[in-house]
Design a protein around this ligand. Structure first.
Ligand code: ADE
Length: 270
């Protein structure tokens, strides 16, 4: 990704997120560019008109095709002046779109230029979306006041995948849902806090066992909260078997002993 261009009536909403913290440093370091185009700069009259009532009636106002079209054209021209031809896509943030996930973000991160169109009010005239071949993308099944927060989410998700943005390029791939699993519980000092102890194994220094514990804890949590994610996992047969065995052992260990199963002196529970 070389550049994100946001087309918006309220660019400050996106700026506040995308230029803070890691994203702000990444832009300063030139890892990608973040540009903003104020759609009102292409208003249809001297009063800054960019929206109008719906044909056929209905509540609210719709963003007009021409100011949006001009904004898209400027975004493309500006990119071309600096970078020449590139793989480019116009995304219209909208609850009608396909819902964003990590895989989609990864695909978009391969492009050179993403133009993010943020609608406000009731939306945008359909003709400009068709003319510019916009792809609609949603960040979830709920309705926001405008596309700006959704654009900020998209920039955040994609930018942290770009080379050099995170301290280690593998960092994001290991995290939570990016690996296909929910992240396992994590702990930092102190080893005991308000009577709650860190799982002992994590203090053992046994790297291989800790890694297995982490993977199994992530699988347990995913099974409990988002079982549908497990069907998409590229796990080997052996890995699944090891996890299921570990689960069985844990379940056994937590069950009360049956009569005749009394632990002998000196015997250890597993
Ligand atoms: N604009 C309004 N609601 C939205 C959503 N859920 N996702 C993306 N853009 C939106």
């Amino acid at each position: 990704m070389k550049r994100f261009t946001c087309l918006s009536l309220f660019p400050e909403i996106i700026r506040a997120s995308a230029l803070s913290s890691i994203g702000g440093r990444a832009v300063e370091r030139g890892l990608y560019e973040l540009e903003f185009i104020q759609i009102r700069d292409f208003a249809v009259n001297e009063y800054g008109k960019v929206d109008d009532a719906l044909y056929g009636g209905g509540v609210g106002m719709l963003m007009m095709a021409e100011p949006v079209f001009q904004s898209v054209t400027k975004a493309k021209d500006d990119f071309r002046q600096i970078h020449g031809e590139g793989r480019e896509k116009l995304i219209y943030l909208s609850p009608r779109g396909r819902v964003l996930d990590q895989q989609k973000a990864r695909e978009l991160s391969e492009l050179d230029h993403l133009i993010l169109l943020c609608g406000h009010y009731e939306g945008v005239d359909q003709r400009v979306l068709d003319e510019c071949e916009a792809e609609e993308l949603s960040i979830g099944d709920y309705v926001l006041t405008g596309g700006e927060l959704a654009a900020a989410v998209l920039i955040d998700v994609i930018s942290r995948m770009l080379p050099g943005v995170l301290p280690s390029d593998e960092a994001w791939q290991k995290e939570s849902i990016a690996s296909g699993l929910l992240e396992e519980p994590q702990y930092t000092r102190p080893a005991e806090w308000r009577g709650r102890a860190v799982p002992e194994l994590l203090l053992s220094g046994h790297a291989a066992r800790i890694e297995a514990w982490r993977q199994h804890a992530a699988l347990d949590l995913t099974l409990e909260r988002r079982p549908e994610l497990l069907t998409k996992l590229p796990m080997t047969h052996e890995e699944i078997k090891a996890w299921l065995e570990a689960r069985e052992q844990k379940t056994k260990a937590s069950l009360p002993l049956l009569p005749g199963e009394q632990m002998k002196k000196g015997e250890k529970a597993n």
